[in-house]
Design a protein around this ligand. Structure first.
Ligand code: SF4
Length: 116
């Protein structure tokens, strides 16, 4: 929790927060989506502010267990969402090579492996 507080109350980080998200343009009319931070098992609550299918800000509500506090990764680390290198289909290892597969195929494969 100490690290989370540092990001919220540290002035240089607060400025970085404002600077980073202001580059994304106006947040007016953005849609707010409450979810959970994807990074670590702590499971902080986050709110994604999405406009034109792009995250324009990340915040966290005060009335959640993490009290609106997020570490640097949880607050700033979302460039991967729009990365062209992001995997969009499951990769299944066949004969030593990763091949693209469907989600049904991947889930079935995992279920089979769990039964072994
Ligand atoms: S905000 Fe930081 S501490 Fe919280 S879940 Fe995300 S990575 Fe973990």
């Amino acid at each position: 929790m100490r690290i989370l507080r540092a990001v919220r109350f540290c002035m240089p980080l607060r400025r970085a927060d404002r600077r980073m998200w202001s580059k994304k343009g106006s947040q007016k009319d953005s849609k707010e989506i409450d979810t959970v931070c994807p990074y670590c098992g702590t499971g902080c609550n986050i709110t994604l502010h999405v406009k034109d299918n792009e995250i324009v800000r990340v915040s966290s509500m005060l009335n959640t267990w993490n009290e609106g506090l997020l570490c640097a990764k949880g607050r700033f680390g979302y460039s991967f969402v729009a990365s062209s290198e992001r995997l969009k289909t499951p990769l299944i290892k066949k004969e030593g090579k990763f091949c693209e597969g469907s989600w049904d195929e991947a889930i079935s494969h995992i279920a089979d492996r769990l039964k072994e």
